[in-house]
Design a protein around this ligand. Structure first.
Ligand code: GLP
Length: 261
């Protein structure tokens, strides 16, 4: 697990976009796992810039989104289908048939979840998965108590998540109670994981994820079990880390790191 701390949200966005672009450039038909929420917006803006100005090519890339609200149709402004279309897909040269977002309106969720898992496998597995983190430590919609071996399924949202996400809806009662989400076990099978977090409201969840024992009570802590996971944090999100100075020292001593003044 690598922890990288930046001063600003912009730096997190640039650094994480560079990692995504690097994987796309080294494997043009890579499979990219995507997240929603406000955190990855800067990353998506930078990927769009790289596509428009530097020719970053998504024509052979396949994507799989982590989750979707149950009951929201793809054209609902708060659906994750809509979010991804507006904030990334419509601005890049991705082929629509290569885009996968869980369905919030299927008539058979069980069958859909199995199909989604199978589809990831058919595409060769996820090469790089982008993650955010909820203030209760969830990844995707794997709320506290989710099995660390869980697969794509329907999940009931926690009250904390409903409160957090209410800002995107007209009123709290409009926030769906259920979501369809990749499981923690599904996420852990990606070859590489990057988790982005900024802001003081993520500081406790980040500390639980990095420095406390692996636990289903903070599903982001499962990243400790992964052989290639990197967390991009701003100083606020990193503010409660006990070993913060050590992580910064590791970064400073990394081969190729800029010499300190
Ligand atoms: C939702 C999503 C998560 C995301 C989280 C944090 O719950 N399902 O994937 O990480 O929100 O969102 P934000 O980045 O807006 O804080």
């Amino acid at each position: 697990m690598e922890v990288v701390i930046y001063r600003t949200y912009e730096e997190i966005s640039m650094a994480s976009a560079a990692v995504v672009a690097d994987v796309i450039n080294s494997k043009p038909n890579m499979v990219l796992g995507l997240a929603t929420g406000s955190t990855p917006l800067g990353l998506y803006t930078e990927l769009i810039r790289m596509h428009k100005e530097e020719g970053l090519d998504f024509s052979h890339v396949s994507t799989f989104n982590l989750d979707e609200y149950v009951g929201l149709s793809p054209d609902h402004p708060q659906s994750y289908h809509y979010f991804m279309h507006e904030n990334l897909f419509k601005h890049i040269n991705i082929e629509p048939q290569n885009v996968h977002v869980p369905s919030g309106t299927t008539s058979n969720y069980h069958a859909f979840c199995q199909w989604y898992e199978n589809r990831i496998e058919e595409c060769g597995g996820i090469d790089l998965q982008v993650l955010g983190i909820g203030s209760d430590g969830h990844i995707a919609f794997n709320e506290p108590g989710s099995s660390l071996g869980s697969r794509t399924r329907i999940k009931t949202l926690s009250k904390e998540t409903i409160d957090d996400n209410a800002r995107f809806f007209d009123k709290r009662e409009d926030v769906p109670i259920y979501a369809i989400t990749m499981g923690v076990g599904t996420v852990l099978e990606a070859r590489k994981l990057i988790l982005l977090a900024n802001g003081a409201n993520k500081a406790k969840a980040i500390t639980d994820a990095i420095e406390n024992p692996v636990s289903s009570m903070c599903t982001a802590s499962a990243l400790q079990l992964h052989p290639d996971s990197t967390l991009f944090l701003d100083t606020d999100a990193a503010s409660q880390l006990k070993m913060r100075e050590y992580y910064e020292w590791i970064q400073a001593k990394k081969p190729g790191a800029p010499a300190s003044s």
